[in-house]
Each structure stands twice: as C-alpha cells, then as structure tokens.
Design a protein around this ligand. Structure first.
Ligand SMILES: C[S@@+](CC[C@H](N)C(=O)[O-])C[C@H]1O[C@@H](n2cnc3c(N)ncnc32)[C@H](O)[C@@H]1O
Length: 317
C-alpha cells in the first residue's frame, strides 16, 4: 500500500474505483432496494465518466488535459476526480486505522482541522442560534455527532457508558435514552466538577475532578460494570491523565471517544505512544459524513487486543 501521505493515483486509483463501484451496486441492490443515496449517485456518475477515458493513461493526466482543452467540462470533472481520490484514499486504508497514519493523511485536508470542510461548518455545527436540546436540556454535541453516537451505540451495544464532563446533563440523558431505544440493558455514569442534579433511571451523576483521575469513579464501580464500554472524554482537563486512568479498565472491543480533539492532540499522542497498537481509529464513525466530520476528529477509538495478545480481564492495578 502507498504511504498514507501519498494520495492514491494511477492504476491503484482505477482499481479502487472499479471495486468501490461494484460494491456500491451490490449494496444498493441488497440493502437499499435499489435506492441510491446522494453519495451513491455522485460516485456512480463520476466513475462512469472516468472509466472510458484513455486506458493506458492515469485519469489524473487525462482529466488535466481535458480541463485545458475544454474547461467547461474538464474543470468540473477535475473537482470530482479530486473528491473521488480523497474518498478512495481513505477507503483503501480500511476501517480501523492507526492514529499516526491518520495524522499523516491530514496533509490532503483542511490545514488545521483535517476535515473535508472548513472552519465555517465547524463554527456552527453545535448550533449557532442556540445549542440543541434533549428533553429540554441543552447538550454540546455537533449535528454530526448527534447522528454518529446513535449509530455507534446501535452497533457497539455498550452495557456501560462513562462520560467525563457532564455539562448540563443533557448528553448523559440522551445516551441513556438511546440505550433504551436500542433495547440495551445499560447504564450511564457521568462525572463533572459540578454534579448535575437531573434524575433519570439510566443515569448516575457524580462529582469528581479530572485533576485527580483516581477520584472520578469509584474503582469498584470501574471493576464491576459490564462491557462493552463507551467512554467519552469531554471535560478538557488533564486529558492524558484521565485517559491513562480509564485505560487501566478498558478491554479490547471497548470504545474511547475524545471530544474536541483538535486541541487535545498532544495529549492523545502522549497517551498512544505509551500504548502502541492498543487503540485504532474507527473511521466508519469519524468519516461517516466526510473525513473527521465530528468533534472527535481521529479520536473515535476502539481498544484493540494488545500486541501481547487479548486480555480477558481489565488491567486493574
Ligand atoms: C464541554 S462540557 C461537557 C458537555 C457535555 N458532555 C455535553 O455533551 O453536553 C465540559 C464539562 O467539563 C467540566 N469540567 C471542567 N473541568 C473539569 C474537571 N477538572 N473535572 C471534571 N469536570 C470538569 C465542566 O464543568 C463542563 O461541565
């Protein structure tokens, strides 16, 4: 496979496009009863425009020449080809990707945020006139995460959710309601410097300080709660210390989401360098709506089996 920093091109690009087109056809027939999404239609149209181009030449060269000869047709196709390359570049890397590999690929995207869109979308995606609410309580989620978490919960079926940073409590209640909607017998444990006073049968709120991660949750609670877990770090304080602490209790298959990750990258790098190969980015979720269309850019992690093999028990000290 080409280096992550090198955008897919030439014959590799052609082969990936043909394969993805055939996968799309099969999925549309089998899972979508023939109904194409906007993305399916776009991909099919672009691939069908590219495939008949001169066989022995890379599409990049043919399209550049077409754009010079006939700008009205070629420039549109140039834009499409670039989008297609970015998408297939990610797709050929597979679903679970090392954080470092993701960081290397960021060169092709927004220089600061590594997303497919710019700061304008990021500015407003938590709500510009007001925050979104759940059962009347505001929650600080982007509109993308508002769709990603339910998909993640429905697939992972977490028996326990730990939230670090309750905010106003709306997100913990929202998580608990989604567990119930999916028929999952699970609980949410949510901690904050300012304990939330909302009552909900599926949520326990706690007081705790990330400055002292040992005090966030009772160690007995951490040892006893059923897996799989979804752990959400959203307190923005002592991030490396907090995730290092939770790591001791996480098992392979558990998920760790670090929200608002752009400012936390140094802490994430520090944590991952101490645990190489233990966590992989699940790009199905980070890239569901385009690359890093989430506040947890490159930071929806699944705990992988450690290099020395899977453990059946948490690494409790
Ligand atoms: C971004 S808000 C959480 C939003 C919430 N998770 C949501 O999605 O609606 C961050 C929270 O972290 C809490 N926080 C800040 N520093 C903390 C610390 N040292 N320990 C625990 N919580 C802290 C703040 O009180 C605030 O409620």
């Amino acid at each position: 496979m080409a280096d992550a920093a090198e955008l897919i091109s030439g014959d590799l690009l052609k082969a990936a496009a043909v394969k993805y087109l055939s996968d799309t056809k099969a999925r549309v027939q089998q899972e979508q009863r023939g109904l194409l999404s906007i993305f399916d239609s776009w991909f099919t149209r672009v691939a069908k425009a590219l495939i008949p181009l001169e066989r022995g030449r890379p599409w990049e060269d043919s399209v550049t020449e077409l754009a010079a000869r006939s700008p009205a047709v070629g420039q549109g196709l140039q834009w499409d080809l670039q989008r297609l390359r970015l998408f297939l570049h990610r797709w050929q890397q597979g679903r679970f990707v090392e954080f470092a590999q993701r960081e290397r690929s960021a060169a092709h995207y927004h220089p600061h945020y590594g997303t497919e869109f710019g700061i304008d979308v990021l500015l407003t995606c938590q709500g510009a006139p007001a925050l979104m609410r759940w059962r009347g309580t505001p929650l600080l989620k982007t509109v993308f995460d508002f769709a990603i978490y339910p998909a993640l919960i429905s697939e992972l079926r977490p028996r326990t959710i730990f939230e670090i940073g309750s905010g106003l409590g709306g997100s913990a209640v929202w998580f608990a309601d989604h567990l119930a909607l999916c028929g999952i017998e699970g609980c949410v444990h949510s901690v904050d410097l300012k304990k939330v006073e909302i009552e909900h049968p599926g949520v326990s709120f706690y007081h705790g300080d990330c400055g002292n991660p040992d005090t966030l949750f009772d160690p007995e609670l951490l040892r006893s709660q059923p897996h799989p877990w979804l752990v959400v770090e959203d307190a923005h304080h002592n991030v490396a210390g907090v995730i290092e602490h939770m790591h001791q209790f996480l098992l392979p298959g558990d998920y760790l989401v670090i929200e608002d990750s752009e400012v936390k990258r140094p802490a994430i790098r520090q944590f991952l360098s101490a645990h190489p190969g233990n966590y992989l980015v699940d790009t199905r979720f980070t890239d569901y709506f385009g690359r890093n269309a989430t506040c947890a850019g490159d930071s929806i992690f699944v705990r992988a089996p450690a290099h020395d093999g899977p453990r059946s028990q948490p690494n409790v000290p």
